[in-house]
Design a protein around this ligand. Sequence first.
Ligand code: ADP
Ligand code: ZN
Length: 517
Amino acid sequence: MIVIEQAQEALKKYFGYDQFRPHQEEVIKAVLEGKDALVLMPTGGGKSICYQIPALVKNGVAIIVSPLIALMKDQVEGLRNNGVAAAYLNSTQSGQEQQMIENSLLNGQLKMLYVSPEKLLTQHFIRLVSHVPVSLFAIDEAHCISQWGHDFRPEYTQLSFMKSQFPNIPLIALTATADKITRRDILHQLHIPNAEVFLSSFDRPNLSLTVAGGQKRIQKIIQFIEKRPYQSGIIYCLSRKSTESVASSLRKEGLKVAHYHAGMSAQQRAKVQEDFLRDRTPIICATIAFGMGIDKSNVRWVIHYNMPKNLEGYYQEIGRAGRDGLPGETLLFYSYADVIAQRKFVEESGQRDLQQAKLERMKQYAESLTCRRKILLSYFGESLEHNCGNCDVCKNPPKFFDGTVIAQKALSACVRLKEEVSTGMLIDVLRGSTRIDLRQKGYDQIKTYGAGRDLSFIDWQQYFQQMLNLGLVEIAYDQNSHVRVTEAGREVLFQGKKIEFTHLSEFEERTQKQKAA
Ligand code: ADP
Ligand code: ZN
């Protein structure tokens, strides 16, 4: 029988589904052919099926690495209920329990075994695994291996040994959040340079995107909720304390609200989660600890009380709204105070420059006058042809003008300088600066030198910003913030594709209004 038919059968038999979702079938086919794969799908996209079906179709046991111990249990229980021989191994289990599972592994009684990275990396476990037929390795939350990702975990880097130790076993890495640099790094770190990469669209057109000024947040939230009675929603706050205080302010208005953060006991947290899932408490004020792996399809809105520290996190959090495909609303409060607070956190973190750059992109998103969905998608390497019509910028658009020529000058300078310089240098070249290092490098010899003298440095900065937001350029974190021209940028430069900019004045006016609101 053709393997893909077996896959189809397994989908029906074990999960009760009739059809694969986009990309699932292609991934499964690649893995069944013995290839390595990197799968990027938004949260809720259906990543698990991508390794679970090959695990069911192939001989042997699939080893699945997951950092989320709490989720492992749920996932395994779900599989067992569907008649799949699955188990998990992690440090929360007693020695006896672990022994039992190891025995069933050695006896060939398992189709899937979930393990934490710590467990996988023990000599003991590696020896066990080399004694059994393994169908595939799956690495969930694969962005954790990259320091360019937003959730770097040092223990993940040791997973690089897997491909060298088991070169013939297909390895499938999965993640919901990885920008281009992280993606490349995952392939590199896992030693799977030839893996097939499956990139699902990250667009969630049913989610509306709105940014609002950070004044009188509580009042604005109350109004928001009152217009949406009985709807389920999540309010993300930066600190544990503010989850409590926001929840208590809302309760005073007679709203049914609970709070959730990692400082609460496991029991308390489980109760809050359960009440939310069962719609007993429709609204939760939570830190980002809440939501990982919660499969609640009818969350209608997500509010960010504070600005998140990067777009990956933000995207993941808003993604919890509207998983049923019905409209979901998102509201982000933005204030400069939040930027400062986040900068302070970043200062204390290990990878300052990178986190700073990510925070800067987050801030630009909030301040921008470009269709917000365009910005989000371009951050994940996708380009959206038209403005989305479902974000606050689209609904209340600024005045635009034809920016094609300005963009072409900038893009041309970028290409002529071999995409090896930063924004600041590009602007100096465009403005014909007589900076010594610029002349020493011969940058004053290129054709576009001085072609943008008529615009101020600040104007240019603003236009580069807009080009970044439109996805015409990207900034390489890993190479001293060099500006690179994307595919979409090349269309503007070489094929004269038209693009629109907004004036700086428009931008300032709005920011003022936003501040006053
Ligand atoms: P992810 O890990 O990408 O966030 P999951 O693997 O948890 O997503 O899948 C999200 C939801 O979609 C689950 O409830 C899953 O059962 C469901 N799902 C996955 N594939 C299909 C399919 N082909 N048809 C219908 N539902 C599916
Ligand atoms: Zn839009």
